[in-house]
Design a protein around this ligand. Structure first.
Ligand SMILES: Cc1ncc(C[n+]2csc(CCOP(=O)(O)OP(=O)(O)O)c2C)c(N)n1
Ligand SMILES: [Mg+2]
Length: 332
């Protein structure tokens, strides 16, 4: 139902129930204001759905529907197909957390992309199942404390590395896939605008710090998201038809410690020898991502301006991927 209030100007309006400093709330407001109210938003189960809709109330100034945890992309596919048959070009946007994207929603998302639906899928990646109490997900980075990956005598938090979802998505040879985060609004804006100018399936992974689950001061959400990029742990990239077409280069690389220290979820890594080993591992992961995407290279073969419109985006057919597997995370 469209419950638009003329006195409220943000598509995701104030008065919702997100925690103070919620990165997901900031990211969703930025994205929805850029897409606008004349779109249909499909929301998977998760924090965003829970804090923005409660008992007949909604913070959405746009048509919005809650699917279940797994099937947001399938619900959106049906909506898009119905609109197409009716000859309407209303944009359709899916919003899901990392659990609803990397894990339980991946199959429906893959089908949505493979069938070529004209939908923007936005993953608000806060790196755990936050809504149900901070359980680890496929997106949770290596070494993180969650309620289901507690550090102790036998482990230093989550053992496995974060799933490389942007590569999985790009491997579908889809028109547009990109990563973004709340600290770089012009970059996020350029990517949303570019995504909205393209027909077909599009994907955005927006790193969204969670003060509660990441255990950092709620005033630091933007700082922490910037440090994720500056350390190389979360590269900002664009991929079109499987090819890397944009990276945000770094002037210098910050040590991962600067990103990890303000976050209680990594606190155990700063105690004892076993923690130091994992710190080295996280630094190696960041270094590998920097090498892989050429983030410190003076020149890469790709456009480095994300705002630059690629001439390629109207192109059909399949392109061979230029993504190298050298230094891939899983090998370290
Ligand atoms: C099939 C199913 N399994 C489990 C749940 C419980 N559940 C609801 S939301 C959620 C976690 C959501 O995590 P994520 O997608 O990362 O979103 P976040 O809350 O972190 O924003 C879980 C496990 C559910 N609703 N349905
Ligand atoms: Mg999550």
């Amino acid at each position: 139902m469209d419950k638009r209030d003329p006195f409220r100007h943000n598509v995701l309006t104030s008065g919702h129930r997100a925690c103070s400093g919620c990165g997901e709330a900031m990211a969703a407001r930025m994205v929805a204001d850029l897409v606008g109210p004349d779109a249909i938003y499909v929301n998977a189960t998760g924090c965003l759905q829970v804090f923005s809709s409660h008992n007949q109330q909604s913070a959405w100034q746009a048509p919005w529907i809650h699917s279940v945890f797994a099937n947001a992309a399938a619900v959106a596919s049906g909506i898009e197909a119905a609109l197409r048959i009716k000859g309407k070009d209303t944009p359709v946007v899916v919003q899901a957390g990392d659990g609803g994207t990397f894990d339980i929603g991946l199959q429906c998302l893959s089908g949505m992309i493979e069938r070529g639906h004209d939908i923007l899928f936005v993953c608000y990646d806060n790196e755990a199942y936050m809504n149900t109490g901070v359980q680890r997900s496929g997106s949770t980075p290596h070494g993180v404390r969650t309620t289901t990956s507690p550090p102790g005598r036998l482990s230093q938090g989550k053992h496995e590395v974060k799933k490389d979802v942007i590569s999985i998505i790009a491997a579908h040879n889809m028109p547009y896939a990109a990563t973004a985060t709340i600290a770089y609004f012009p970059d996020l804006k350029a990517k949303v605008e570019k995504a909205m100018s393209i027909k077909g399936p599009r994907f955005l992974q927006v790193l969204s710090p969670c003060p509660l689950g990441w255990v950092h001061d709620s005033a630091l959400s933007v700082t922490v998201s910037r440090l994720a990029v500056e350390t190389g742990l979360f590269p900002l990239v664009e991929l079109e038809h499987g090819e890397l077409t944009g990276v945000m280069r770094l002037a210098e690389q910050k040590p991962v410690e600067e990103y990890l220290r303000p976050q209680g979820r990594f606190k155990h890594l700063f105690k004892g020898k076993a923690g130091t080993v994992e710190l080295h591992h996280l630094q190696a992961l960041a270094d590998a991502r920097i090498r892989r995407y050429g983030l410190l290279d003076a020149e890469t073969e790709w456009d480095t301006s994300v705002a630059m419109q690629s001439e390629r985006h109207g192109r059909g057919g399949y392109a061979s991927s230029t993504i190298t597997t050298e230094g891939h995370d899983h090998g370290i």
